[in-house]
Design a protein around this ligand. Structure first.
Ligand SMILES: Nc1ncnc2c1ncn2[C@@H]1O[C@H](COP(=O)(O)OP(=O)(O)O)[C@@H](O)[C@H]1O
Ligand SMILES: [Mg+2]
Length: 238
């Protein structure tokens, strides 16, 4: 089953946040998601704990290392998507993880455009292709984008990256307080109180568009029972 890895050797790029958004959206659609938490900050594992360890369709494995990663993948074959959250540093796990991934997503902060951490991942992917002939699909996702930033400004950034043959997701992840608060309150964007979180509807819409784009990029098989759970979840949230 597909492995999607979030990689950027710089902390604060928005990896863990994007992991949570994608995982919860996929789970809502009925996919069984296993999150592999290799981030030394363990934010996902902490979120899972305060969510009562029972967010439907999601399981979380903590303390993932380069030795344990292949074992987790083979031992959880009933999973529809593996989502891997890497540390914000260059560790031996990075190359192992890239090699085992179906798609690598490189979150880069849209506003700051401090792309060095992302560039290191792109260099390593390039190296694997040149030296070992291993081509791993990958894209940049612009994160923490100010909601005031115009589509035109984003197009400029995308054009710059595409000049260097880097694919950029259509959907940027916007800077939203809901995406921060979810780590404090647990649950999902659909269990939060819309009277207390500003622009929750826009946050939900953004997460949905991001997940839909990823599902098109990295399709997986969905069992009939999972499909009906997903439809039900979406109907009840609508
Ligand atoms: N789209 C976003 N909107 C609001 N806050 C964000 C967003 N993305 C990240 N953050 C915040 O920025 C900080 C770093 O994000 P995080 O996802 O932990 O990055 P990384 O995993 O790359 O270190 C966290 O405090 C997180 O809440
Ligand atoms: Mg992180």
């Amino acid at each position: 089953m597909p492995v999607i890895t979030f990689a950027n050797t710089k902390g604060g790029a928005g990896k863990t946040t994007a992991v949570l958004l994608l995982s919860t959206e996929l789970a809502r659609r009925g996919y069984r998601v296993t999150i592999l938490d290799a981030d030394p900050q363990h934010w996902i594992s902490h979120w899972y704990e305060i969510s009562g360890n029972h967010v439907p369709n999601i399981s979380v494995i903590d303390f993932v290392t380069s030795a344990s990663l292949p074992v987790h993948l083979s031992e959880n074959s009933a999973t529809d998507y593996f989502i891997l959250d890497l540390p914000g540093a260059r560790t031996p796990l990075l190359a192992t993880a890239l090699g085992l991934s179906d798609h690598v997503l490189i979150p880069i902060q849209g506003c700051a455009m401090d792309a060095r951490g992302g560039a290191q991942v792109l260099e390593l992917l390039h190296y694997l292709e040149q030296r070992a002939g291993i081509r791993i699909n990958h894209s940049v996702v612009l994160t923490r984008v100010n909601s005031m930033v115009t589509t035109r400004a984003l197009q400029v950034v995308k054009a710059l990256l595409s000049e260097r043959s880097v694919a950029v997701l259509e959907t940027p992840i916007i800077e939203r307080s809901a995406f921060r608060d979810i780590f404090d309150c647990g649950g999902t964007l659909y269990t939060m109180d819309s009277t207390r979180v500003s622009n929750l509807d826009k946050a939900q819409e953004n997460a949905r568009a991001f997940a839909e784009e990823m599902m098109r990029l990295v399709p997986t098989r969905l069992t009939a029972s999972a499909r009906s759970t997903g439809h039900e979840a979406i109907r009840s949230a609508a």
